[in-house]
Design a protein around this ligand. Structure first.
Ligand code: UDP
Length: 243
């Protein structure tokens, strides 16, 4: 299945995880740059206000629905999905890079976090060729773009938070040759072990956001008001048959 739907005018791909991976791999094989966005309600709301970000999302090569809010929005349209969690898809890309001998890059998070994440990833995939690693605190995008160009990567994970990571990947798309890039948000914090991944029961019930909010209460102020606004907008747009 390779169907696209739209949530508040942002396109979302409904493909399963195997199809998604196949699309990434065929882009790499054909030397085509490929932008993967894992989209959540916060990003969809942001896209309504930020036209540049809206255009980036809608020009991405693969938009994976992430988070329970997006799942509910699709359910309102009568679409049931098997959610692909962004962090799981990133893990799959790391595993694939290790199996295929692809050079991978890790960009984002604080220096000690990205180094610890690298250590943990290499423990799991000792053969992985991490050809580029850089913390996510920099002021000159061009310098980073130049470094990444020289690293000649097949896969790049970018964890700068949204929309920064999507904007940088979009810029990189016109500079590189055959690199698949994904915005991973706070995934390096999880890979490093500094932030705990939600236990399976929370993940199964779609309550990861609750778990993360308990651990990082400062997220509550940022995320919580958005979810009801997002769902109300989705209901209105579904009732009015707007997308
Ligand atoms: N970050 C970064 N550079 C910045 C701002 C943020 O590397 O200029 C990192 C931050 O350290 C964290 C990630 O980006 O690892 C953002 O995490 P957040 O939890 O906000 O992202 P989410 O998962 O909610 O998209």
């Amino acid at each position: 299945m390779n169907e696209k739907v739209s949530i508040l005018n942002c396109h979302v791909d409904l493909c399963g995880v195997e199809d998604a991976l196949e699309r990434v791999l065929s882009a790499i094989n054909e030397n085509i740059n490929f932008q993967i966005v894992t989209i959540n309600p916060e990003m969809i709301i942001n896209a309504q206000k930020n036209k540049t970000f809206f255009d980036i999302v809608n020009s991405a090569d693969l938009v994976i629905p992430d988070g329970v809010g997006v799942k509910i929005a699709l359910k309102l349209k009568g679409i049931k999905i098997n959610q692909i969690r962004g962090i799981d898809f990133s893990r799959l890309l790391i595993k694939t890079a290790s199996q295929k001998g692809y050079k991978i890059g890790l960009l984002g998070a604080k220096e000690e976090v990205i180094q610890k994440a690298k250590e943990n990833i290499l423990k799991e995939f000792p053969a992985l060729d991490i050809a580029y690693i850089r913390n996510g605190y920099f002021s000159d995008d061009n310098e980073i773009i130049e470094q990444i160009k020289n690293a000649d990567l097949k896969i790049l994970l970018v964890g700068l938070g949204s929309p920064k990571q999507e904007e940088l990947i979009y810029k990189l798309k016109s500079e590189l040759k055959g690199t698949a890039m994904i915005g991973v948000g706070g995934s390096f914090d999880v890979f490093s072990g500094i932030v705990k991944e939600a236990p399976l029961i929370y993940r199964k019930l779609g309550l990861e956001w609750l778990y993360r909010t308990i651990l990082q209460p400062e997220r509550f102020k940022r995320i919580f008001p958005l979810l009801p606004i997002f769902l109300i907008k989705c209901i209105i747009s579904t009732v009015m048959n707007k997308d």
